[in-house]
Write a protein that binds this ligand. Sequence first.
Ligand code: 3EB
Length: 302
Amino acid sequence: MPIRVIFGANHSHLNPDYGEIHLATPLLEGAGQEVICAGSVDVFERSEEHFVSESNGWLVYASSVPVNGPLADCAEDLYHQLFRCLDGSEIVRIWNFVPAINEVVDGLENYRAFCFGRHEAFVAKFGGRAFDSFCAASAVGVNDNQLTVFAMATHRRAHHLENPLQSPAYRYPERYGPRPPSFSRSSYVAGESPALYISGTAAVRGSDSIALGDLAGQLEVTGENLDRIIAESVAALGGDITHVGSAIGRAYVRRPEDASTVMACIREHAWCTADRFNIVHSDICREELLVEIELSWPAALA
Ligand code: 3EB
């Protein structure tokens, strides 16, 4: 049994018996399912709200909790549990689905409140050099009141990279929120059966969003950011990822009518084939961003 993400649910929920993570995120293009951990997975810890699994030295943590109370506290508590469950391994990818991500509550946007709680948990776990542990991530909206977070970790050594075209997110200026986002632009595991994860990538240069209101412009900048971080990552991996095959891709679009334009852009790039690409309808963490694209080359598992 692999671990699969399944889009298009009415309510976000986990089904550990079947290795399923269901998300209340409408599917616009693609098969709507993604295997995030292949192979014969053993779920060794579970509760009503989370599970942890292992397969061939790869761990998956998943949690889906209703947001009752301040989102920052909810995110911090969830991340404390995530770090406890994945202690002793290296985290390479975290996916975050945040309710009402652009809504402002008590003067703070939910995304920024989420970043606050996540940051506090990282600092509690890793201390002043927490940024050394930041891994590839994405944080987007979801259509229900569940904060759903899932992560991949490995018993092998993980490496994290930044994109020279973009400011590290953990150094974003305070105008983007009281605590910066805690993620790196890519994470990889080298050696036999390599893995590479490229973070959710959008039209951000330096720390600024650009091509405001212009989908084609945002896609162009996003494509340049992706090309650069993929090139940096592949060079760091030793110059060749062809043996891991084609990527699995995902795009989040704020406006459902943009899905076909985004799919046309994917077909022009060599990152992955359209049959391994899903487009879902999600708000993006900055109000002005229309699209965010991520790519994954998971390790081949028996
Ligand atoms: C950006 O570049 C766009 O908060 O975990 C991309 C990937 C973004 C991950 C996160 C946010 C996150 O800042 C947003």
